[in-house]
Design a protein. Structure first.
Length: 136
């Protein structure tokens, strides 16, 4: 039950818009950080020459693997599963971010094509648009 609660807390900001909407870029950064952080545990299990838990050394062997090899195999499965889930979620939000950027560009071009729209230039020579599309 605790693992389900922790998983729900982790994925809540990614999958819902309540209590606050989180931007797509922030969701991508959050997922990338979670992916990197969770990878270390799987790698530790995969490359550890000895089991982490004494209890596990005494547990019955169901498939004939030594405790260390069984733990290594568990680490490989853990990293494989989480890589699929994280990369699918990161890919989804990356595509979503690209679509949002295309939509922003389309709206900006539409606004710029309206009569009376002016593009101002700051002292540095970089273009910017004021609030009303007029000189300030």
């Amino acid at each position: 039950m605790l693992l389900i609660a922790i998983g729900t807390l982790f994925w809540w900001p990614v999958l819902t818009e309540t209590p606050h909407a989180v931007g797509t870029g922030a969701k991508l950064a959050y997922l990338a950080a979670g992916f990197v952080g969770s990878t270390f545990l799987g790698l530790a299990l995969t490359f550890s020459p000895t089991p982490f838990y004494d209890f596990y050394e005494q547990a019955p062997r169901l498939w004939g693997l030594s405790p260390a090899k069984d733990q290594n195999f568990g680490g490989i499965l853990m990293n494989s599963e989480q890589a699929l889930i994280f990369l699918a979620a990161i890919s989804y939000f990356l595509v979503r971010l690209l679509r949002e950027e295309e939509e922003r560009e389309r709206v900006l071009k539409h606004v710029q094509s309206k009569p009376g729209f002016e593009l101002e230039t700051e002292a540095r020579g970089e273009p910017y648009v004021n609030d009303m599309g007029r000189r300030g």
